[in-house]
Write a protein that binds this ligand. Structure first.
Ligand SMILES: Cc1cc2nc3c(=O)[nH]c(=O)nc-3n(C[C@H](O)[C@H](O)[C@H](O)COP(=O)(O)O)c2cc1C
Length: 431
């Protein structure tokens, strides 16, 4: 394909050269990256991205909020120099230290070594790794929720919002202007040099796709962050990627609440999904017996799914919603079957920590699959209160009785009516 043809399918708007004013004395000083097509190995970025950094001028100082990817440092410094001298910078705020936001930081610190650096306590070790031996040369002051620093007539207030999506993440609120710098929260990989949500193209899919790939595995941490954000009088949300959100910020808060919350509720009922695959029917019979046993327990809704009968993605949505899963697989060639591994691999996209997990399956002679599944469930942070159920070939009547009892115990654990017996990996290996 010729270079001309490539250009024609990827029209790339020319970014404006200078800083962009948000409110008087506050500027966007980030960088546009319209050519980016993949981010963090986690998602495709058809519209590229922007790395948003900000400069805030007060009567007694100047703050820089975040930086940009190292490959775009020149744009960042050019925009910064258009609004400030380096010796005016009194504070550098690091809301998140991933390289796309901290890439230009070492050079910024060399140019403005007098600045105090504010970040969350959990960012300290990441900053130490980034700066190496230079760490001790700078004035690094960790901050937590409620801490404030002054720029004279302007105040920066910090909100510690860990795990959205790294441990170090925080938000910074410019109190007098109601401007909330949220870093990756409310971000979109959507590069449009018009920059404001009322000016850019239709970026809604990018906002949701970004949530789906970056935030979804941390939905409970997003909810905790929203608990801190919602009481604030927010006029503008300034994230670190994509459009700045100044049209009805409350609508974005409500949208994030919806994305981070359960789709609907069964009231006080707990939910158990039994998912299985079976080549010759033995694991399927165990699955049905487990379902029957679990269904005897009041207050627990039990559902049964044959993995071969469905697309994978809806099962991921389902598992995100339920309180517990029991996963059934036969052992085939010394392994759990491929569809089960594909399902287990994709569970990294959702929040699984703390859910109940269990494994079961039929086998012929070596029976590795159940243990393998249990190990993966443990790796996903699930609690495994019952050792997996393994049955040789066709389940006997006694095996089916045991499967029903297994189901009853799982449901009782979910309903809080049995004492969990955590499995450790050493015990698994010995079995
Ligand atoms: C192609 C094939 C490979 C198998 N490999 C193993 C194995 O490595 N280890 C084992 O314990 N059982 C093995 N089995 C036996 C099955 O696990 C056993 O037949 C089991 O009952 C099948 O359960 P299902 O009816 O739910 O498919 C194998 C069976 C087949 C058909």
């Amino acid at each position: 394909m010729s270079a001309a043809a490539v250009t024609s399918i990827r029209p790339q708007p020319l970014p404006p050269e200078g800083p962009v004013g948000i409110v008087p004395g506050v500027h966007w000083i980030g960088a546009f990256d319209p050519g980016l097509r993949s981010f963090d190995t986690l998602m495709k970025t058809a519209n590229g991205t922007s790395y948003n950094a900000y400069a805030v001028r007060g009567s007694e100082g100047m703050a820089v909020i975040d930086t940009v990817d190292a490959a775009h440092a020149d744009s960042f410094f050019a925009r910064l120099e258009a609004v400030a001298r380096y010796d005016e910078i009194t504070r550098i705020v690091l809301n998140h230290l991933e390289p796309d936001h901290s890439g230009a930081l070492p050079e910024l610190l060399r140019r403005a070594p007098q600045a105090e650096v504010h970040l969350s306590p959990r960012g300290l070790q990441i900053l130490r790794a980034l700066l190496g031996g230079d760490f001790d040369r700078y004035r690094i002051v960790p901050v937590t929720t409620g801490a404030e620093v002054t720029l004279g007539d302007r105040t920066l207030r910090f909100l510690t919002t860990p795990n959205v999506h790294w441990p170090d993440t925080q938000c910074t609120f410019l109190v007098e202007d109601g401007l909330l710098f949220t870093c990756d929260l409310f971000g979109s990989h959507y590069c449009d040099e018009r920059l404001f949500d009322d000016q850019v193209g239709d970026f809604r899919f990018a906002l949701d796709h970004y949530f789906d790939r970056l935030m979804r595995p941390f939905r409970s941490s997003v909810r905790t962050a929203l608990d801190l954000i919602e009481p604030l009088d927010v006029a503008i949300i300034a994230p670190s990627h994509g459009p700045i959100l100044r049209t009805d910020p409350r609508a974005y808060l409500r949208h994030y609440r919806r994305l981070a919350g359960p789709r609907f509720s069964f009231g006080t009922d707990r939910t158990l999904a039994i998912l299985y695959i079976s080549a010759h029917g033995a694991t399927g019979r165990l699955a049905r017996a487990i379902r029957d046993g679990a269904a005897e327990e009041p207050g627990v809704r039990v559902s049964l799914f044959d993995l071969e009968g469905g697309e994978l993605h809806p099962f991921i949505d389902l598992i995100e919603e339920v309180d517990g899963i029991a996963l059934g697989t036969p052992t085939i060639n010394g392994d759990a079957v491929r569809a089960v591994w594909e399902l287990l691999a994709q569970l990294v996209d959702i929040e699984t920590r703390g859910k109940l997990g269990a494994a079961f399956g039929s086998y012929g002679w070596s029976g590795e699959a159940v243990r393998q599944v249990e190990t993966r469930l443990q790796g996903l942070g699930m609690r495994l209160p019952e050792p997996g159920l393994r049955v040789k070939f066709e389940p006997s009547d006694a095996d089916l009785d045991e499967a029903r009892a297994f189901g009853r115990r799982l449901a009782a654990h979910l309903a809080g009516r049995a004492v969990p017996r955590e499995i450790d990996l050493a015990e698994l290996a010995a079995r």
